[in-house]
Design a protein around this ligand. Structure first.
Ligand SMILES: *Cc1c(COP(=O)(O)O)cnc(C)c1O
Length: 357
């Protein structure tokens, strides 16, 4: 059966990226060895990482003065590395969900955290507005897409201080004005590749301002100097990410994928709003284009497991909501085809016909 993969992460990848990875595992570049068996400093692999960096820069039109790094450790390591490298005394954070809270927790190990606004009062169902970004902080940290709660910041903020963004779950899902950010990071496994590699875009002039000692592996300057090869990088995830970026360029880049992501999300949100059995969980102007969260209305709520089984029967995978929200979460990342969203919408319509009282 064809599977419709709505997993929140690790998540759906372009088929061509998987096939090319499989080929490179068997025989890389026709060299008679696997990509898994060669030195990361070999010419063949250097070409892979160079191409990945070049594609990243091209796709996001990254201005001069920025570096692109591919490191291990996941976005969770960045939660600590950001304050380690950037926080002199104080930083501002926007508290929009579980990942933001984890970032705040790590930052507190390094200094004072000013939570400028929070949506915790309504279980993170909206993006706070109408607050001032303080000017007496070393940086302002945001989470652009809140994977668990399904909210998203759709614009690039103007910040009076260095803007740092966790873009793990909407990296390369739309055009972004990189010049408005000092640092952007994201684990690849939501939208741009497999688990194991974290992509970082960093403006070099923000570094070297703190006085604390930073161990080599946690110092961004080490990795800039080493071209992400200070130590052995996650070779295979970088290869697959490069193939995913190539695919993205091939279909028309971030502008095109942005339009496609809007179309996919609209298709599903329109059905959620129309269908009497379902209701969205977040405020409309904060709705994520990547993680679409919804629950069943009363008196149908008791049918949630039945709907999950019904959807499973149609090949739909990964729509169970996070335990802190319940219901359903359909992750509609770049590589998810619109056809899969249509299958889910059809499923919801059929379920309404069968159960509406
Ligand atoms: C998944 C996720 C993380 C954590 O990523 P890891 O790579 O597992 O450390 C951080 N932030 C956001 C927004 C996420 O979706």
């Amino acid at each position: 059966m064809v599977k419709h993969n709505f997993n929140p992460g690790p998540a759906v990848l372009p088929r061509i990226a998987i096939e090319n990875t499989a080929k490179a595992i068997l025989n890389f570049n026709g060299i008679g060895m696997s990509v898994l068996e060669i030195s990361h400093r070999s010419k063949d692999f250097q070409e892979v990482i160079d191409e990945a960096v070049a594609l990243f820069k091209e796709l996001l039109q990254i201005p001069k003065g920025y570096h692109v790094l591919f490191l291990g450790g996941g976005a969770s390591t960045q939660f600590a590395m950001v304050p380690f490298n950037l926080m002199k005394k104080k930083a501002a954070y926007l508290e929009t969900g579980a990942w933001a809270k984890k970032a705040i927790k790590e930052a507190k190990f390094f200094g004072e955290v000013n939570i400028v606004a929070s949506s915790a009062d309504k279980n993170f169902t909206y993006i706070p507005k109408g607050y001032d970004i303080p000017k007496d902080v070393d940086y302002f940290h945001i989470t652009t897409n809140n994977t668990i709660y399904g909210t998203e910041i759709h614009t690039d903020y103007n910040s009076p201080v260095n803007l740092v963004a966790d873009m793990s779950s909407d990296f390369l899902s739309r055009p972004v004005d990189v010049s408005k950010y000092a640092l952007i990071y994201g684990g690849a496994q939501k939208n741009i590749g497999p688990a194991g590699v974290t992509a970082i875009i960093i403006r070099e002039d923000i570094l070297g301002k703190v006085t604390r000692v930073i161990p080599s592996m946690f110092d961004y300057r080490t990795h800039i100097k080493g071209g992400s090869m200070f130590n052995t990088p996650p070779v295979l995830p970088i290869f697959t990410m490069k193939e995913t970026l190539k695919w993205l360029k091939g279909i028309g880049g971030v502008k095109k994928i942005g339009e496609m992501n809007i179309a996919k999300a609209n298709l599903l949100y329109n059905e959620i709003d129309r269908n009497k059995l379902f209701v969205g969980t977040v405020e409309k102007d904060s709705r994520s284009l990547m993680n679409i969260c919804f629950v069943m209305t009363e008196p149908y709520k008791k049918l949630e497991d039945t709907f999950m089984e019904y959807a499973k029967g149609k090949g739909i995978v990964g729509i169970k909501g996070h335990r802190s929200v319940g219901g359903f979460r359909a992750s509609t990342y770049n590589a998810l085809p619109v056809e899969s969203v249509q299958v889910l919408v059809n499923c919801m319509q059929e379920f309404e016909k069968n159960h509406l009282i």
